[in-house]
Design a protein. Structure first.
Length: 156
């Protein structure tokens, strides 16, 4: 069993990341949003009337929902496949580099990882490099090998 996450948990975890500010959504003016470098990486995402209508006879997910940015659509698909009970999408997000999180169904660890990934997707490169250097060595990405061609000239 795990503890249900709340918007206050999202705020606490997001604000622990470097240079994050909290504000309100530029469109709804009532939903909380968290930004780095002037770009939102997580925001409260209540369903609109149009979203609810698209669910048809199905019941929309209950509880608080946040949207989190991804680096690209491939990452989005991998994230959605990894935790289908907590991470999901709706037609409004088709082709958009973000997904939704049902806070009632996500663990604290999965939420923290998702927020860090979202932050990394939009933070300025100099800030992400500094952040990654500050991580314990076990969490740092493996160094990249230089691209070399074997004799014969064909890529590996």
């Amino acid at each position: 069993m795990f503890t249900v996450q709340t918007l206050d948990d999202v705020a606490r975890l997001a604000l622990a990341l470097p240079e994050v500010t909290e504000g309100v959504d530029k469109f709804r003016k009532t939903s909380r949003t968290w930004e780095v470098g002037g770009k939102a990486f997580v925001w409260e995402r209540p369903f609109s009337k149009a979203d609810i209508k698209r669910f048809g006879d199905a019941t929309p997910p209950a509880g608080a929902i946040v949207a989190i940015r991804t680096a690209d659509l491939h990452e989005k698909e991998a994230i959605l496949a990894a935790k289908p009970g907590a991470f999901f999408t709706i037609p409004h997000f088709d082709g958009y580099k973000a997904y939704l999180v049902q806070l009632d169904n996500v663990t604290a660890e999965a939420l923290k990882e998702a927020l860090v990934d979202g932050w990394l997707a939009v933070a300025p490169p100099s800030l992400t490099a500094e952040f990654e250097r500050s991580l314990p060595i076990t969490f740092q990405a493996a160094p990249r090998r230089p691209h070399t061609r074997p004799r014969g000239g064909k890529p590996m």
